[in-house]
Ligand binder design. Structure first.
Ligand SMILES: *[C@@H]1O[C@H](CO)[C@@H](O)[C@H](O)[C@H]1NC(C)=O
Length: 134
């Protein structure tokens, strides 16, 4: 019984230490349409719902967190330019991002022509969704 207690204690100590050593990751989802139009942004994870925000041109939604002990963090966002143009994407996903794509920052830019994501390791912006108007 005593051994079990010691193991449990050690487990939680390790958990808190490893959590503290993980650096924070900042996510920024930016409206850069450049035409004065808003974008609706709603980001959430299994644990946190950051709410729906109507974000003016030039502004953004940002948040930061630490990678979880199990390295299974996933924040997804729903963004909406208009009734026709809306997307759902993973703003941070451990499996995709923790080894380099988003070491300290996960950047997302919404331009009039689409949604772009930044790869920190390769240092390139990638087009994720093309906003084709039907
Ligand atoms: C995060 O978003 C807020 C609200 O839009 C903004 O005022 C702030 O400058 C942003 N932070 C960074 C680091 O860009």
């Amino acid at each position: 019984m005593k051994t079990l207690f010691v193991f449990t204690l050690l487990f939680f100590l390790c958990m808190s230490f490893s959590d503290g050593s993980r650096s924070r990751v900042q996510v920024r989802v930016m409206n850069r349409r450049g035409n004065g139009k808003t974008v609706e942004i709603h980001c959430q994870s299994g644990d946190d719902d950051l709410g729906n925000h109507v974000v003016p041109d030039g502004q953004e939604v940002n948040f930061s967190f630490r990678e979880s002990f199990l390295e299974n963090t996933r924040f997804w966002c729903d963004v909406q330019w208009s009734n026709e143009v809306k997307y759902h994407f993973d703003a941070y996903w451990s499996d995709r991002d923790r080894l380099g794509r988003c070491l300290s920052q996960c950047l997302w830019t919404m331009m009039e022509d689409g949604l772009y994501g930044y790869d920190q390791e390769k240092q390139v912006w990638e087009l994720v969704h093309l906003a084709v108007k039907g």
